[in-house]
Design a protein around this ligand. Structure first.
Ligand code: ATP
Length: 202
């Protein structure tokens, strides 16, 4: 089990994946909250059955998978449905995260979670690493990376914690606005040294 858990978060298109890839290169275990969130509603899972019982069988596609698009638009327009879904899934995701951090064998591990703050996951980590960028950079990079429209990106930005709120809980910050990928790698290497030295104190 890793002695030290680092929570990594940042808004849409801020560089979380880029940063975690460098930690992976250094042999550090990365636990991805988004992956766990998908696993808890896998084909034939109890949570998927509960969703179909509550919202209807059409929320399961013919291949047995969750119809994510349908569910997303339902909870987007209905607060009570969103609360019901969160009450079902959040405890399961939390248990999945705890299980994976316990199974981690690297000296420390990274929990990457876009909604680390919004979903009250801070209590699961010992330190917080924030990737911080301006909204303009988030929009530019997200539009370059995928087919999201400006309206879609702005809606996601509005639903996420503000930059200032993230910085308030930060122990370490990577300002990813103007630096190159090589510079990110160098920052990750120096953070790795810091985290390894901290594991000796835990
Ligand atoms: P999301 O939460 O939307 O999945 P993310 O936080 O994981 O995003 P990345 O996918 O790592 O962000 O980065 C978004 C895009 O910006 C990617 O195409 C990535 O290659 C690019 N990118 C990240 N950092 C930099 C940088 N310093 N310079 C240029 N491009 C970058």
């Amino acid at each position: 089990m890793s002695e030290l858990i680092i929570g990594l978060t940042g808004g849409i298109g801020s560089g979380k994946t880029t940063i975690t890839n460098y930690f992976l290169e250094l042999g550090i275990d990365v636990i991805d909250a988004d992956v766990i969130a998908r696993e808890v509603v896998a084909v034939n899972s109890p949570a998927l059955t509960a969703i179909a019982d509550h919202f209807g069988e059409n929320y399961i596609q013919n291949d047995g998978n969750l119809n994510r698009g349908l569910l997303r638009s339902r909870i987007f327009s209905n607060e009570a449905d969103k609360l019901w879904l969160n009450a079902l899934l959040h405890p399961l995701i939390r248990v999945g995260i705890i299980k994976q951090t316990k199974n981690s064998t690297s000296p420390y591990c990274i929990l990457v979670a876009p909604l680390l703050i919004e979903n009250n996951l801070l209590s699961l980590v010992n330190r917080v690493l924030i990737t911080d960028v301006s909204e303009i950079t988030q929009i530019e990079r997200t539009m370059l990376r995928d087919t999201s429209t400006l309206t879609e990106i702005k809606a996601i930005l509005a639903s996420q914690t503000s930059r200032a709120e993230r910085l308030e809980v930060a122990d370490d910050v990577i300002n990813n606005d103007t630096i190159s990928q090589q510079e990110i790698k160098e920052l990750v290497i120096s953070l790795d040294k810091k985290y390894l030295s901290l594991t000796k104190m835990v």
